[in-house]
Design a protein around this ligand. Sequence first.
Ligand SMILES: C[S@@+](CC[C@H](N)C(=O)[O-])C[C@H]1O[C@@H](n2cnc3c(N)ncnc32)[C@H](O)[C@@H]1O
Length: 534
Amino acid sequence: MKLELLMKIPERGKEEGLAAYAQRLTELYSNTNSSESRKHRGQFFTPEQVSSFMVSLFDITHKKIRLLDPGAGTGILSAAFCERLLNNGKTGNLIIDAYENDPNILPFLKMVLGSCKSELEKNGLDVEYNICDKDYILQNKSYFTKSDLLWNGEKPVLYDFIISNPPYYKLDIESPQASIMNELISGQPNIYALFMALSASMLKAEGEMVFITPRSFCSGLYYKKFRQWFLKNARITNIHIFESRKEIFNQDDVLQENIIIKAKKLKDIEKHNKIIISESKNKHFDKISKLEVQSEDVIFRKNGDIFIRIPTSPLDIEILDVIDSWPHTLKELGLEISTGPVVSFRAEEFLLPELTEKPASVPLLWMHNMKDMNVVLSIHKEKKSSAIKVSSETKYLLLPVKNYVLVKRFSSKEQERRLYASVLLESEFPFKHVGIENHVNYIHKPGGALSVNEAFGIASLLNTTIIDKFFRSLNGNTQVNATDIRSLPLPDIENIRKIGKAVYESKSYKNGIDLDGIIAGILGLKIETQSLNG
Ligand SMILES: C[S@@+](CC[C@H](N)C(=O)[O-])C[C@H]1O[C@@H](n2cnc3c(N)ncnc32)[C@H](O)[C@@H]1O
């Protein structure tokens, strides 16, 4: 950063709040640093309103407070914390330790923390702040690696409160940060989870941390060990989610869904505690709703894994309970889900715009051929081939025509549900083979074939709002991949067949409410299906 710019960092206005000032400096910093360099450092800055909301989650009763702000940026989170102390007329003593390793942002951070100190001191609070310009993880590794006994009487500093919007970027598995915390890593590590775990290690007993992070740690293989470690060492008390995924960090194109969590360091992790889940439409926190749930509804253990599920209504909880009680998975029913083998750019030489007799060809099915619960061959999309040649070279790409359940791997923007399933019916498909494109998964029975009723039963279940809500509680992804479907509980096969028969014979194959009604009727569910689309 140029020297003349550093000299020009503006002072806080007389009437300007502390967090508003930090926000102004964040904007100034963002306008003078390229978005590539910000992305590289994992810099997605917290808006003022989100900072204030995060701070409002702390229970502050102490007179002497030690606050940690790892990855502080311009210090907006510390500033919001100070503002809360001011608004509550607190007196006492505050020490802020801020970590920030971007030399370009440090002068802004210094201005903000300096301003916090003078404002709080004017109001009767003693303030000390320390800025550490080193890597937060490397600098504090001993908190994670040393057991209490190994500190040799030299007492580590522990914190009452930790607030952070940690950086978000993938780390090399060989990086020194990842090596220090390798017991938490199941795949490609992301620095945000390491910030969370280290912070949990730096809390006093009963201390509290509030973090805004991507939702990805709540489910999925990569964060399995992290979840196990974190939930053993801290107790989640609050989770906030945003209905609109894009809006939170609007200056930066963040597509990840973000959540705010508050966790407490507690010696005895009780089983039956409560968790408050709140939801707001956007970062302005209008239309905020709150739900108090049992921790078991959120922290869910299955097959040696542990998940954090986020139901947002009593109906969501009912749905989790119902689906958790279903006894089977695809595998237990002798079924498998696979990904369509035709990757169009690799198979280009075999693809044809239209079906032809010479050379012999068969239909190539894409997501756009799935309509309601049918496969519709007459739907064409520009630049997408409709057929694939049949030859010895394409043998491995083609499937024998049988009854299959096709499931979209990606959801389109206009699609309300995440899951979209159709049935390829052998009796209505006048070909011996078929090509299934790579954006489509298909459910099949290895060594056999699905019956019509089984295929319709499974497709109907996948298309219900009940299953959609189940997946939404489980993760924030817009796509549902094969692994998710493999672990989805399913009712027993007799009931699946009954559902399939009722839907197939109704011939309307309608989605949404009708399917939910049929399924609730057959399975004897007490869920009020009328409320599902509300
Ligand atoms: C997501 S930003 C959040 C900034 C600020 N706390 C806020 O809420 O707006 C994360 C910050 O952490 C800093 N950072 C990235 N890696 C770091 C590391 N290893 N140690 C300390 N700070 C780091 C980045 O430069 C960035 O300013």
